[in-house]
Design a protein around this ligand. Structure first.
Ligand code: KIV
Length: 271
């Protein structure tokens, strides 16, 4: 008999059951081993290896420049740190749009090389063919509607989406199409709370909101925003749970002072 306690792993089916039971799903982004380890041990349900790595890890202005190789590197690091949560890996810009065969190849490559459990891609109707092809190969797909940052140059701004009736109608249609195509969940980013509530109630699969109100079936935040590593990004939807920027700055200033004054290392901290 094994002395190890069996860990109950979160799967796409667990998320489905959580929606059915009315239990909310917690999701956060992570991009490396150490934070993934902390988040998993803290009890997070889902880690998203977001293409927001392009912004918060690489310092790019948009998510567009990040490559397959870079996403794979981040996802591999995250997967090494987790034990029980579900890992979703973003498909980077250019890896799936407009070519379902290439989309399938890239989704399979992500799964094979990272050990992640699913992929996420942005867009509605126009991505249905790719989603069906990926899902049919056995790879779970999370959709992403509303503000889709990979289309920033089409939108021109990061403001709230689907305020106009015509866009709201399209979003509702897209959500149903993604469900029919086989998505196991859909991220709803920066849309009116009332619309997100309506979409969430109309779907069998869970919705995960970011700036979409509390009627979604779960919530996601970018770790750098919620931990206060970034201090300049302060949208209304963001709740900052820590001020790591301030705490790290304080620790670093203390360390610099100790080095300069030769307080560090002391006798006990040397050989
Ligand atoms: O890349 C990302 O971090 C995301 C979340 C904002 C949902 O897609």
């Amino acid at each position: 008999m094994s002395i190890h306690k069996e860990v109950k792993k979160i799967t796409t089916h667990t998320l489905q059951k959580m929606k059915a039971a009315g239990e909310k799903i917690s999701m956060i982004t992570a991009y490396d081993f150490s934070f993934a380890q902390i988040f998993d041990a803290a009890g997070i349900d889902v880690i998203l290896v977001g293409d927001s790595a392009s912004n918060v890890m690489a310092g790019n202005e948009t998510t567009l420049p990040i490559t397959m190789e870079q996403m794979i590197y981040h996802a591999q690091s995250v997967v090494r740190g987790i034990n029980r949560c579900l890992v979703v890996v973003d498909m980077p810009f250019g890896s799936y749009q407009g070519n379902s065969k290439e989309a399938l190849n890239n989704a399979i490559r992500i799964m094979k090389e990272t050990g992640g459990h699913s992929v996420k891609l942005e867009g509605g109707e126009q991505e249905v063919e790719s989603i069906k092809r990926i899902v049919n190969s056995g790879v779970p797909v999370m959709g992403h509607l509303g503000l889709t940052p990979q289309s920033i140059y089409k939108f021109g701004t990061y403001t709230v989406r689907a305020i106009e009736e015509i866009e709201a109608q399209q979003l509702k249609k897209d959500a149903l199409l993604l469900q029919e195509a086989g998505c196991f969940a859909i991220v709803l980013e920066k849309i009116p709370a009332s619309l997100a509530a309506e979409v969430s109630a109309s779907l069998q699969i869970p919705t995960i909101g970011i700036g979409a109100g509390n009627k979604c079936d779960g919530q996601v935040l970018v770790m750098h925003d919620m931990l206060g590593i970034n201090t300049e990004f302060k949208p209304r939807f963001l709740r900052q749970y820590l001020n790591m920027h301030e705490q790290i700055t304080g620790a670093l200033q203390h360390y610099i002072k100790d080095v300069k004054s030769m307080d560090f290392p002391n006798e006990l901290e040397q050989y």
